[in-house]
Design a protein around this ligand. Structure first.
Ligand code: UT7
Length: 332
């Protein structure tokens, strides 16, 4: 059967870095609290005038460049922070990448968005509807966070990562395995920006000033994240025909180092099999998995032939996982 095979990879981070000490200078927090509770040391944030499409275009261009091509016949953008509520941001990204005319759409699944986008790309490649798909995760998440919200300000950052996928064979290195996805809308209040949608516009409930900003019930999210990321990873690994112990690199959504450790422990994997990128960039939501892959690839943490499992949990609630064998450098 036709599979989606990784052909290119790219990332991009806005240059402005906010350290824990810089946060502690204006909020009631400390480098020690943030490092101990999350593992995060710094995050990148957009400057005034920089939008999600700006991040997505740069990461997408880097992924195309790494594959030595300037063509793709579909663009899928996973984001929680579109440039505008309407229209989708992907057509603008395609246009700026010189891919105008190709189908382009957004996927909204918060921190699981990149896995949902991979599933869509994989399915469309599998049916022959597309031969080469640029899948981007891009977030200007800091724009959703209230400047006084120390909990979220400590965690979230901005950035973009992308994979270029092409049609290939399921036995090839770089071929995506089955993508496992799930959701539970009963948990929609755990991670939310309440205002700005039809609930506000049609008066479902009165909105207050704070409803314009991101809110997260962190402790509850933590527990669901460990459970769902573990279950999804186990299911994806099983569907790939692997045993959990055969996973060389576990690339989990970079929300919290304690979550990554807990998931590794549930899978009976040593911590050194984890790809950790959150120390430098925080939680970049839908950009987190492709950025972690790009970082691991660039620094040699991912080697050709490595068996890689990806797993994520996010707002919705949503979760997902998949697998691939890392291709040779020439292929990405
Ligand atoms: O991306 C989608 C998935 N997201 C996640 O998976 C996030 C999962 N949740 C988490 O990572 C953690 O819940 C957080 C990092 C968000 C919060 O850490 P926590 O250990 O769960 O803290 P908490 O929210 O239970 O708060 C414990 C205490 C509170 O103080 P009191 O009420 O005990 O006095 C908070 O006010 O820590 C306080 N606190 C802080 N203190 C210093 C919360 N944020 C901070 C902070 N600095 N930045």
């Amino acid at each position: 059967m036709t599979a989606a095979v990784v052909e290119g990879i790219g990332g991009w981070l806005p240059p402005r870095v906010v350290t824990n000490d810089e946060l502690a200078a204006r909020l009631d927090t400390s480098d020690e609290w943030i490092r101990t509770r999350t593992g995060i040391g710094a995050r990148h944030v957009v400057s005034d005038g920089m939008t999600t499409s700006d991040l997505a275009v740069r990461a997408g261009a880097n992924a195309l460049k790494s594959a030595g091509t300037d063509s793709a016949d579909m663009v899928i953008l996973a984001t929680t922070t579109p440039d505008r509520p309407c229209p989708a941001t992907a057509p603008e990204v395609a246009h700026q990448l010189g891919l105008a005319g190709c189908p382009a759409f957004d996927v909204a699944a918060v921190c699981t968005g990149f896995l949902y986008a991979l599933a869509a790309a994989s399915g469309l490649i599998g049916t022959g509807a597309a031969g080469r798909v640029l899948v981007i995760g891009a977030e200007a998440f800091s724009t959703l966070v209230h400047p006084e919200d120390r909990s979220s300000a400590a965690v979230f950052g901005d950035g973009a990562g992308a994979l270029l996928l092409r049609a290939g064979d399921e036995e090839e290195p770089g071929a995506l395995g089955p993508v496992v996805l799930g959701s539970d809308g009963a948990l929609s209040d755990l991670i939310t920006v309440r205002a700005g949608g039809t609930e506000e516009r049609t008066g479902v409930r009165p909105m207050e000033a704070q409803d314009r900003w991101f809110s997260m019930r962190g402790r509850e999210v933590f527990g669901h994240a460990v459970t769902r990321m573990t279950q999804a990873a186990l299911s994806a690994v099983d569907q790939a025909g692997w045993r959990p112990a055969e996973v060389d690199r576990l690339v989990g959504h970079q929300a919290n180092l304690r979550i990554l450790h807990a998931v590794a422990e549930q899978l009976d994997l040593p911590h050194d099999r984890l790809v950790v990128h959150l120390d430098q960039v925080g939680n970049t939501a839908a950009a987190s998995i492709p950025l972690a892959l790009d970082h691991a690839h660039a620094t040699g943490r991912l080697r050709p032939g490595d068996r890689v499992a990806l797993t994520a949990f996010g707002g919705g609630a949503t979760w997902g996982a998949t697998t691939l064998t890392w291709p040779s450098p020439a292929a990405v």
